[in-house]
Design a protein around this ligand. Structure first.
Ligand SMILES: [Zn+2]
Ligand SMILES: [Zn+2]
Length: 300
């Protein structure tokens, strides 16, 4: 029997990003864009403890990902893992410079780095920060993949995602909403220009490339508040899963205005399972992550 993975998001999007990943008795946070107070509160509500978090992994130095990294270092003093290039930027960043020194741990490029009992490999992601990375994490017999803030999807990202059984991937904007919306032209171009963010269509196209029968869950992260809806992001990725013949849940969850389910409640969308393709078995769990409040704690 495979080892259990526990995953939750504390916040996802331009308001702040922070994710929890646990497997094999070890827990790590990815990014530190949410406050320690809000993380603690959400963890306690789900029977978790911040004391059990052994490390923080950082994807890049935009404020929505590192706003609270300085206070994490100062108050929690946990090792902070990032690429050498990103650490260099964090050493000089106003929000992190005073406190990151003793917590600095460099992940070497092109290899699996030990982080406690886990192995972590970073891959470069096209995005307009000092250095942006996604992570593949191997823990016991499970593999986890996370890529947020991605201007486009590289072959390396597809290759690592196609080995993972839990994937977190950006699904930032709906093209029509972005182009028809009120943003200035330059900002629209920054978002869709290959060094910005991933559209729902690009996310869906990536899913058709990395989906494999062992994939258990896909979480859609960093949804834009102004240029996307949970329904649009879900529909695009759902269609992609149907197109590759993946077993998918037949009912889209209405995430947009629904507060997070109470602890222990089965997430919506498991019922009404439709087997549309050649593959049968447990449907892929597909969830857009809430922006400003914590997701449920997923046991996978
Ligand atoms: Zn971001
Ligand atoms: Zn960013």
């Amino acid at each position: 029997m495979s080892s259990p993975v526990r995953f939750m998001s504390f916040s996802s999007g331009s308001c702040g990003n922070c994710y929890y990943f646990e497997c094999g008795g070890q827990a790590v946070l990815i990014d530190a864009g949410a406050s320690i107070r809000s993380i603690k509160k959400a963890m306690v509500a789900n029977g978790l403890s911040l004391d059990a978090v052994s490390a923080v992994l950082v994807t890049h130095d935009h404020l929505d990902h590192i706003r609270n990294l300085g206070s994490f270092c100062k108050r929690l003093n946990r090792p902070v893992y990032a690429s050498a290039q990103l650490h260099k930027a964090l050493e000089h960043h106003t929000f992190t410079a005073p406190h990151i020194g003793g917590c600095r741990r460099i992940l070497e490029a092109g290899k699996w780095n030990p982080v406690g009992s886990m192995l972590v490999r970073f891959f470069e992601v096209p995005h307009d920060a000092s250095h942006t990375c996604g992570f593949a994490i191997a823990a016991e017999d499970r593999k986890f993949f996370i890529m947020t803030d991605a201007g486009r999807v590289t072959d390396e990202a597809v290759s690592l995602a196609s080995q993972a059984d839990v994937v977190v991937i950006e699904s930032n904007y709906d093209v029509d909403m972005l182009m028809g919306g009120p943003y200035p032209h330059e900002l629209k171009m920054r978002i869709c220009g290959g060094n910005g963010h991933l559209s729902n269509d690009e996310c869906a196209s990536a899913i058709t490339r990395f989906w494999h029968p062992g994939l258990k869950a896909i979480f859609l992260c960093h949804l834009s508040e102004n240029n996307n809806t949970h329904e649009a992001a879900y529909a695009c990725s759902h269609a992609a899963l149907e197109a590759v013949g993946a077993p998918v849940p037949g009912k889209a969850p209405a995430c947009k205005v629904v507060p997070p389910p109470a602890r222990g409640k089965e997430p919506e969308g498991r019922e009404g399972v439709r087997q549309t393709g050649a593959f049968s078995g447990t449907p892929v769990l597909l969830r857009p992550l809430p922006r400003e409040y914590p997701s449920p704690l997923f046991n996978l």
